[in-house]
Design a protein around this ligand. Sequence first.
Ligand SMILES: [Zn+2]
Length: 45
Amino acid sequence: MTYKCFNCKDEIPEKLIERRIICPSCGSRILIKTRPEIIKKVKAL
Ligand SMILES: [Zn+2]
């Protein structure tokens, strides 16, 4: 799971914010959890 900064929209790996929830790029504390997109296969008729 990765996080995304709300301010600069930079993706932050989970390891970087184990202790501090803060963006290393801009210092914003507002981070959004991003879930990996699940690609569902659509059955072709
Ligand atoms: Zn940021």
